[in-house]
Ligand binder design. Structure first.
Ligand SMILES: [Ca+2]
Ligand SMILES: [Ca+2]
Ligand SMILES: [Ca+2]
Ligand SMILES: [Ca+2]
Length: 297
């Protein structure tokens, strides 16, 4: 119960603020280029307090803070150099369709805490959520001018699919922490995933504006990722939400039966009266599971 309560709170943060009226829609490609230019300038003129994070990764308590590189801070390593010189991060290109054209959008990230990333004991890989998994995290959101527009009051469960595209695309880039169960029933997270994510406006709210987010604002999120629900299954139909993206475009509005309920929330995806959970088979061996075709042959 607690899980769902927190989930609801988290969704509120991202969706239930009423947007201001829409201004004339700008060209997506042009805006992506302008945003990228502004982001590059931001990365080159800002740094974070990396010296507060010891190289052996034992410091889990410091807070990530970002500041401008001015005369007093001229020896600081810019976010740009953290990414491209020190390789403590990278850039992910996310294509978004606009007027029949795929427009590249760049999501930049700095991994603040990557030395002792929690690894899967079976194959030694970092354990990280998919873009569809619910995560236990804390975050702060700021504009490029350092105005803070949002902050989680504490650690919260977030429904990744209820967050903006750039936020959920950020989650797989940092792993979860190591989880230690304490004798008193509490849980301690160490070496958890921490990062700074800088995204163009079209991976966030684009033309929509809110009281403290102007339209067409690139956003910066600082995220601490403690743990997540592997194979999160929103509708409990046996199909993990990540696999309810039938066309694989990482947008979860797929709606096989066209009833207005997206597959990841639909317990009968093909509307044939048989629950999806009872149709995880491929009776006619045509490569399409029965829950996705209502003729079941
Ligand atoms: Ca499901
Ligand atoms: Ca899709
Ligand atoms: Ca549906
Ligand atoms: Ca069905």
């Amino acid at each position: 119960m607690r899980f769902f309560l927190l989930l609801f709170t988290a969704i509120l943060i991202f969706y239930c603020t009423k947007p201001n009226p829409v201004e004339d829609l700008r060209d997506v490609k042009e805006q992506a280029m302008n945003d990228d230019e502004a982001i590059i300038a931001y990365l080159k003129s800002h740094y974070y307090n990396n010296e507060d994070f010891s190289s052996d990764g034992s410091n889990n308590t410091a807070t990530i803070s970002i500041d401008t590189i001015d005369a007093d801070a001229s020896s600081k390593t810019s976010l740009y150099d953290q990414i491209f010189t020190n390789k403590n991060g990278g850039v992910v290109t996310i294509p978004i369709e606009s007027n029949g054209e795929m427009i590249d959008h760049k999501l930049y990230y700095v991994r603040v805490f990557s030395k002792n990333i929690a690894t899967d004991s079976i194959n030694g890989k970092p354990v990280a959520p998919t873009v569809a998994d619910s995560v236990y995290a804390s975050y702060k959101g700021v504009l490029l001018n350092r105005t803070q527009f949002d902050e989680s009051s504490s650690n919260v469960w977030l429904n990744a699919l209820g967050t903006v595209r750039g936020f959920r695309e950020s989650l797989p880039l940092i792993g979860r922490g190591n989880i230690q169960d304490n004798a008193d029933g509490s849980v301690t997270f160490t070496d958890f995933g921490r990062g700074i994510f800088i995204m163009p406006s079209n991976l966030a709210y684009f033309q929509r504006s809110f009281s403290n987010i102007p339209a067409y604002s690139p956003l910066v999120f600082i995220i601490n990722l403690y743990t997540y629900v592997p194979d999160t299954d929103h509708d409990s139909d046996g199909v993990p939400s990540i696999k309810e993206d039938v066309n694989g475009d990482k947008i979860f509005t797929d709606d096989t039966d066209g009833d207005g309920v997206f597959n990841y929330l639909d317990i009968d995806d093909d509307n044939d009266g048989i629950l999806t959970s009872m149709e995880l088979t491929d009776a006619d061996n045509n490569g399409v599971l029965d829950y996705l075709e209502n003729n079941n042959n």
